[in-house]
Design a protein around this ligand. Structure first.
Ligand code: ZN
Ligand code: ZN
Length: 184
């Protein structure tokens, strides 16, 4: 445990587990432009889509904050190597299935999905939520598509960083400038 006070609200949190304090992370997610996208919005049902999709459960959409606080406190951070973004995964937030799946050609959900995924979870603009299955998520970890974030090795830093990188963004080497060397 490496507790730090949140610079925004003062709440202590563990930088090795989450890049922001859970309370402020929930504010960031809910402030995103389209946290519940039409594809995953149960209020638009019945509705067919051109591919398999998941919809969130109506209770989640009506009052997301308790689910998200649970997720922010209990969930884990990964890097999605396919979409090149950070994601946050929580199995059964509040002990419930946060959504359900709709097969191609159908217009209503047919099976529960037990886990919540926040895509672009570090983005104040683009964060968005949908439901997934733990079984599928674990298969994507095994295949290397999703990799856990790592802790920056810089002394006393403890921030999470992209897997495979040397340091977190704060401690990365500054990019070399592309300007040609000046002659004298
Ligand atoms: Zn905070
Ligand atoms: Zn660092």
């Amino acid at each position: 445990m490496s507790a730090r006070p949140c610079p925004r609200c003062g709440r202590e949190f563990d930088l090795r587990r989450t890049p922001r304090c859970p309370s402020c992370l929930v504010d960031l997610w809910l402030g995103a432009d389209e946290f519940v996208r039409p594809k995953h919005d149960p209020r638009l049902l019945p509705l067919q889509w051109e591919s398999y999709r998941s919809v969130l459960n109506p209770d989640f959409v009506a009052s997301p904050r308790p689910y998200l606080l649970f997720a922010a406190e209990q969930g884990a951070w990964y890097f999605d190597t396919h979409y090149d973004m950070q994601i946050q995964f929580t199995h059964k937030p509040l002990g419930r299935a946060p959504g359900a799946g709709i097969p191609v050609g159908r217009s209503m959900p047919e099976h529960a999905l037990d886990s919540l995924l926040i895509a672009e979870a570090d983005s104040a603009e683009c964060a968005h939520a949908f439901a997934v299955s733990l079984e599928q998520f674990e298969a994507q970890i095994r295949s290397g598509e999703f990799r856990p974030l790592e802790v920056c090795p810089t002394h006393l830093c403890d921030q999470l960083q992209r897997p495979g990188s040397d340091r977190c963004e704060d401690h990365a080497e500054p990019a070399k400038t592309a300007e040609p060397a000046t002659k004298d």
